[in-house]
Structure formats: C-alpha cells, structure tokens
Design a protein around this ligand. Structure first.
Ligand code: E4P
Length: 275
C-alpha cells in the first residue's frame, strides 16, 4: 500500500520526503487553509502560486492532489484545467481533485456535475482524484467517468455513524472496521458498518470489474485504521503527519532499545569506534 501525506504543509512534505516514505501528497481547501495560517503565524505572507510550486518541487516525482473550489461543472472544469496547466509543468506530478458531487444544498437541479467534470478532464488526459466518496456506488460512477483515484473518507463515515447514533467521540478515536453496536443493533449507513468497510467495498467492486482506478483511503485518523486499510486492499492511504509518526511508536520497541543499550559491552562498543 502506498503512503500519501495528507497535508499542505511544506515542512511535513520535506520531512516525509527526506525519510524516504513519501509516495504522494493530498491537499484540500481546509489543509491549504491550515498551511496558510501556519505561515502567517510565523510572520510570512503567502504567495499561493509560489507556495504550491515549492510543494510540488518538494514532493518530486510523488503525485500531489490539488482540489478545485467550484461548485458546478463549468467552474470545476475551468479550475481543473487551470491547476493542471499552471502547476503540472513544475514537476509533472499534479492530480486534480474533484468532488463526486459538488452541490451544497439537496434541492440542486443536477447531482451529475462532478461526474461530468471527471469525464471532461480525463478526456483531456488530466489525472483526477475523485473526493468526498461515501458510498461504493459513488466510487463506481467516478471510476466509470475516468477517475484515476477515488477517495473514500473512512474517518468521516465513522464520525457520521457515531453522530447519527448519538455517540460521543474524539476525532482520533478508533472505530473498528467490523462496526459498533448500540442497544444490540449494529450501526450502519446504507449497509456500511465503518469507514474501512466503505474502503474495502470500493476495492472489491472496482477490482472485480477491472477499473484502472486506485482506491485511496482518506480521512484516516489513527494507526489501526492504516493497518485495516491495508488489510482490505486499499492501494493508497493518505495520512496526516502525526499519524505517520504514530505508526513507528511502540513501548516494547523502546523497552527493547533500553535493554540493548544497557547491555553493550566495551568489547562490542570498541568495534564501532575503530570502524
Ligand atoms: C484527503 O484526501 C481528504 O481530504 C482528507 O483525508 C480528509 O480528512 P479529514 O476527514 O480528517 O479532514
């Protein structure tokens, strides 16, 4: 499974690249806002074109998803073409992120504008990461329209299941892939019992019909979700920097290191001094 960094912060991207663990980067308007605020707090004004140029160069050959902000086909298609024309030449690594359905209110005339935009961009050879996927059916339609990646939002589906059922939780709380029960009844949304269940069903369906579309497990909040995303066959998981760091930590690893360090005899240590 490829590991993407879910962050627009230059420092995170540079560090992940340096550690040799960066397969790609995902951004969204909220992550861009966080990065901009951080720069401003440090007294630095942000020139967005220049900032994104540095992000793309820092990622190198790793793909970077940049999201449109429009809420209809015309806007999104124009913005997608702009993002690709403006930024892809820098490092040849831009994916354009398009929401599966950009409407803000339920009574919108059409719910197809995301799908139409994916097709229009894919026909021009622009790679699309289709975002805000909450059902395998949305993933199927995105893949059919030509998306190169689909992003099921695992953590936010878990949030939804808990919110709808009045359960208190913190953002990073583990939600088991096999689901939770309330009053003896399983929590579910349209037959999905967890965010990881959503990821797994997307993988199964797209794989079964041979779509050339990768499933990117998004909205991942803790290490166990990373493991579970891998176990259900996600091609990619995109992780906040702190979750990547948490993957490395175990008290027994630390305890083992303390023991090994205590046990170093001078004869063995000498070996390294002369090397
Ligand atoms: C990335 O592609 C998504 O936009 C991101 O993972 C959403 O994560 P969140 O639900 O923690 O905001």
């Amino acid at each position: 499974m490829k590991i993407f960094l879910d962050s627009a912060e230059l420092e995170h991207i540079e560090r992940a690249k340096e550690y040799g663990i960066l397969d790609g980067v995902t951004t969204n308007p909220s992550l861009i806002k966080k990065a901009v605020l951080k720069q401003q707090e440090q007294g630095q004004a942000v020139d967005m074109k220049d900032y994104l140029r540095r992000v793309l160069q820092a990622a190198g050959e790793a793909p970077v998803s940049l999201e449109v902000i429009g809420t209809n086909r015309n806007e999104m298609e124009k913005e997608g073409m702009f993002l690709y024309a403006q930024f892809n030449p820098i490092a040849e690594n831009v994916f354009v992120k398009i929401p599966i359905n950009p409407v803000l209110e339920p009574d919108a005339e059409s719910h197809y504008e995301g799908v139409e935009t994916i097709k229009a961009l894919a026909d021009r050879g622009i790679p699309v990461n289709c975002t805000l996927i909450f059902t395998p059916e949305q993933a199927l339609l995105a893949a059919k329209a030509g998306a190169a990646m689909v992003s099921p939002f695992a953590g936010r589906l878990d949030d939804y299941l808990r919110e709808e059922n009045g359960l208190a939780f913190d953002k990073k709380d583990y939600f088991p892939s096999y689901g939770l029960e309330k009053n003896g009844e399983p929590l579910e949304d349209k037959g999905l019992v967890s965010g990881i269940d959503l990821v797994g069903q997307c993988v199964d369906i797209l794989g079964r019909f041979g779509f050339a579309c990768e499933v990117l497990a998004a909205s991942i909040r803790n290490p166990r979700q990373v493991r579970e995303a891998a176990l259900v066959g996600a091609h990619i998981a995109t992780l906040p920097f702190d979750v990547i760091s948490e993957l490395l930590i175990h008290p027994k690893t630390m305890e083992g290191m303390q023991g090994f360090t205590r046990d170093i005899v001078p004869e063995y240590a000498q070996l390294f001094r002369t090397s």
